[in-house]
Design a protein around this ligand. Sequence first.
Ligand code: NI
Length: 197
Amino acid sequence: MLRSGAAPHARTGSPSSVSILKVARIGHPVVRASARDLASDELHSPEIQRLIDDMKETMDEYEGVGLAAPQVHRSLRLAVIEVQASDERTEQAVPFTVLANPVLTRLGTEILTGWEGCLSIPDLRGLVPRSARVRLEALDREGRPYTVEAEGFFARVIQHECDHLDGRVYLDRMEDMRSLSFFKEFRTYAAPDPDEA
Ligand code: NI
């Protein structure tokens, strides 16, 4: 089912319904592998266009704010991000964004620490230091290059998703594992509304 707000050009010649994909958890080698670049003709293929639609559906289903292709068993440099304005952690909504072959540049030296979760590490949250500002250069789903300078929560999600493409998860970025919490305890003792990426 195509949700309202999804791109009108969402599908190109694939079967009409989208699928919720199985999410790989840590321990599965695909989560720790370095993903490969997409070729431009590959990005335009019905298979990859369908994968993008399925990744959006999967992210929505599990209430994530981002999802990387290795998390759905595809070792490709491809990720999707979408943040609702209602998300308590964000300063602003981020519309559905496709990151193909992304290149991340950290800007400045400011580091912010915030809570992260991950669909590949169910039921846990931890405090993760990240660069406050980043530049993202990537291709959109039509293969058009774009550049975004992001800060705050959007910058955090970009860094989290780009890490997935290099086989890294947020646990690797934590400096103090003592904040690591199960969801229920996190809600009780730590903080606000958590989404996963
Ligand atoms: Ni994640």
